[in-house]
Design a protein around this ligand. Structure first.
Ligand code: ADP
Ligand code: ZN
Ligand code: ZN
Length: 748
């Protein structure tokens, strides 16, 4: 790491991130004799009261200034809340993603830990001090039956200790107090751990005997661990190849060595099975596995976080933000479904969880596994340059064959007289057949493409940019097609340039409408829709998945949500209703995402005894992403796609960033974007490309007009350093927000 990570020598002032909602940074004097370091929690005076904060860095201050500063009152914990490695990570990420370091520190120390309100919860417990003799007990039960029943209750348990709430709560308190006087019991306080999974049962499981591919993968991981090798291992295993079993056994080994394990999963609510498998495997070590995510109550988060920090929980599992979990003596990081887009945070700080996990592993000397059936092109590229080590698993552990995949050309299917809209006759017949056999069906509706691309429903032609080979986006207001990557504009054609059809505007179709159509087609089937509307209720998704598993639902209809690591043995048919919608978005990763989605969803079919079938409906049957997915040919897709990316200088061959200017005033947003663009043109080195500012594909959101420029450079830091300096120099006014998204995954 660079010099600025080292603490300033002899510095006597500390810059403190004050707890509370704003990013307030204040300098305080470190009094003689007080030891404080980066990452420590301190008590500080603020106006006329005391408050708390986290030391972000130690600074050298002039005597003059020091006189005006107040002193730190005391350090709060002996063990710093943020380790020096995590502080280094925060500083690195702040520079890379062009955000103030305090934003990163906020991610590392979650809100419930920062605020004092959620301190440990305690409860009253009653302990049996002395067992009364039978005589004594009889005497008590004659005069004070309530006291006797408390004693009997305590004597019946194996511990002689019960929470007051179980004995009868406050109504039993008087009896307990009387018993305390008799010195038969004692009443004390005990910390309660607010366990987010306390209501669930996890039956212990034992390690499965590994097949040769799994065994090899495990050996590579354990050897890396032994050698303290931090080079990431990309575990590319087809869906069902048993990656989770490899993770479990690797984690167990690392834990036996006294080291901690960090597991990142896409989104906890979508991957309940992975969490349950870890909880079950380590069920004989209660409290060993802690779960971190935002859907927990503040109290649960506080307790889980502290259990990890204290070293009680050796395994932490959670989504992207869990990468900052204070796991002690970290030996192994596992990033499951490493290609998943949820690892990228879409609000400030816009960091990538997988990328920071790789960095953290290197800083901590931990080993790291990135697992996926469809790895990101970034990771595969890192394999080809030798940065990552590749391990493959090509056979399904459950002995199943990959499902048969058929592609239906909707340009002809939609002409069938029986076409109901959305559902082709062939897919309808296939669903009917499964329902008759009492098997289950998953239907996927790809909703990602809500920017309007022009596609011809008759021939499938999509109007694309000649410089980027990506779909142009239709802007109604000016009747123009615009490329959102390079800024190229053209007039929207009235007829299809390919076949001359006049029906060229694509119309979208929501999950609700599809649900209605399904209910008409299959009146007796139990149909459940899963989309953002349905799943706003807490645990809704979990309950739906549980009903589906227990076959109280026949057809599950949903968006990409349902494509993740789910394992339902009775699903024998997966239908993808509109495979192309995700292709027609102005995004260099559109094909990659579509391929991953189709492959992942196909992996849901045929996990049990019966072979699975996948039916893909599309207007672009010739698209590479669809054809390679149909053949389960990941290597072919990757080779083809990497070739294109290199040709158009897209990631992973370059870094791309999106600069967005927002304002409630359209002209102000546009003017600020123009000004910034002009200045950047004059200061950016030649190797950085910048597009002209244009309205974003989503030109207005939350009442703000949005203008954007896309930047491309060989090194991300070149963009971050120069652009963030120019944003500061511009000093945008009140009603203008400027954001920079480095290594952007969202170009809307
Ligand atoms: P992946 O995560 O690679 O998609 P899973 O870990 O979900 O695959 O494994 C698929 C299925 O195979 C699961 O039901 C799992 O219990 C089973 N399985 C995994 N490893 C083995 C093994 N060595 N022997 C038998 N079954 C296994
Ligand atoms: Zn056409
Ligand atoms: Zn272009």
């Amino acid at each position: 790491m660079q010099d600025f990570f080292n603490e300033a020598k002899g510095a006597r002032a500390a810059r403190v991130l004050v707890d509370g909602l704003s990013d307030m940074l204040l300098d305080y004097v470190v009094p003689e004799g007080l030891e404080v370091q980066r990452g420590w929690r301190v008590e500080i005076p603020l106006r006329n009261r005391k408050t708390t904060g986290t030391v972000v860095r130690l600074v050298e201050q002039s005597e003059q200034l020091r006189h005006r500063m107040k002193p730190i009152l005391r350090a709060l914990e002996e063990v710093p809340v943020v380790s020096s490695v995590l502080m280094d990570l925060a500083e690195w990420a702040a520079a890379y993603y062009a955000v103030p370091v305090e934003q990163m520190v906020r991610c590392i120390v979650p809100e419930p830990v920062r605020s004092e309100r959620h301190e440990e919860k305690t409860r009253k417990v009653v302990c049996l001090v002395k067992r009364p003799s039978d005589d004594e007990l009889n005497k008590i039960s004659r005069r004070a039956p309530r006291q006797a029943s408390v004693l009997r209750y305590l004597m019946a348990g194996d511990e002689g200790k019960e929470p007051l709430s179980d004995i009868g709560g406050t109504s039993a308190l008087a009896a307990c107090r009387a018993l305390e006087k008799r010195q038969l019991v004692s009443i004390g306080e005990e910390a309660v751990h607010r366990d987010p999974t306390s209501k669930e049962q996890f039956a212990p499981t034992s390690p499965l005997p590994l097949n040769p591919e799994q065994e090899h993968a495990l050996q590579v991981i354990l050897e890396a661990r032994k050698a303290r090798d931090t080079r990431p291992i990309l575990l590319q295993g087809v869906t069902g190849s048993g990656k989770t079993e490899v993770y479990l056994q690797a984690a167990a080994h690392v834990m036996e060595q006294g080291e901690g394990v960090l597991i990142l999963v896409p989104e906890i609510s979508l991957t309940p099975q992975t969490v349950a498998r870890f909880k079950s495997r380590f069920a004989q070590h209660p409290g060993a596995v802690a779960i971190l995510h935002s859907a927990l109550s503040d109290g649960e988060r506080y307790d889980e976080w502290h259990a990890i920090h204290r070293g009680q929980a050796r395994i932490a599992i959670g989504p992207r933000s869990a990468l900052f979990a204070p796991v002690r003596n970290l030996g192994l990081i596992i990033v499951d479904e490493e290609h998943d887009s949820s690892y990228k945070q879409e609000s400030a700080p816009r960091y990538h969880g997988r990328d920071l996990a790789v960095l953290r592993a290197r800083m901590e000397g931990a080993s790291i596994i990135l697992g996926s059936a469809t790895p990101s092109l970034e990771s595969l590229h890192n394999v080809s340059t030798g940065k990552y080590n590749l391990v493959r698993m090509e056979k399904r552990a459950d002995g199943q064959r990959l499902p048969l995949t058929r592609v239906l050309d909707m340009r002809t299917e939609a002409k069938d007289k029986r076409y109901m809209g959305v559902l082709s006759e062939r897919l309808r017949v296939a669903i009917e057949d499964r329902l008759e056999k009492k098997e289950q069906v998953i239907l996927l509706l790809n909703r990602r493409g809500f920017a309007r691309a022009l596609q011809c429903p008759d021939c499938g032609y999509v109007v694309t940019c000649e410089h980027c080979a990506l779909p142009l986006t239709y802007h109604l207001t000016e009747n123009r097609l615009v490329c959102h990557i390079c800024g190229y504009r053209s007039v929207a054609p009235c007829t299809c340039p390919e076949c001359g059809s006049k029906a060229i505007l694509l119309e979208g179709c929501g999950t609700q409408k599809v649900e209605q159509i399904l209910m008409r087609c299959f009146p007796r089937a139990r149909i459940q829709r899963v989309d953002a509307d349905v799943t706003t209720r807490k645990n809704a998704l979990r309950d739906i998945l549980e009903s589906f598993r227990t076959h109280r639902i026949d057809i599950l209809l949903g968006t990409q949500m349902i494509s993740k690591g789910l394992d339902f043995p009775r699903v024998t048919l997966v239908g993808v209703l509109n495979a192309d919608l995700g292709l027609n978005v102005p995004d260099p990763r559109a094909a990659e995402r579509t391929f991953q989605l189709l492959t992942q969803v196909a992996g849901r079919a045929g996990r049990g005894e019966v072979d699975g079938e996948v039916i893909i409906q599309t207007y672009s049957p010739q698209a590479a992403a669809i054809q390679f997915a149909r053949r389960h040919d990941t290597d072919g897709f990757v080779e083809n796609e990497l070739g294109l990316r290199e040709q158009f200088a897209f990631p992973p061959f370059t870094h791309m960033a999106v600069l967005t200017v927002r304002s409630t005033q359209e002209d102000m947003a546009s003017f600020a974007a123009e000004t910034l663009h002009k200045r950047l043109l004059s200061v950016l080195p030649a190797e950085v490309e910048i597009s002209d500012p244009i309205p974003a594909p989503i030109a207005k959101a939350y009442g703000q007009f949005r203008f954007q420029c896309v930047l491309k450079a060989p090194r991300a830091r070149t963009i971050s350093d120069i652009v963030s300096a120019e944003i500061k120099r511009l000093a945008p006014g009140e009603d203008i927000t400027v954001t920079l998204d480095v290594d952007a995954y969202n170009f809307m």
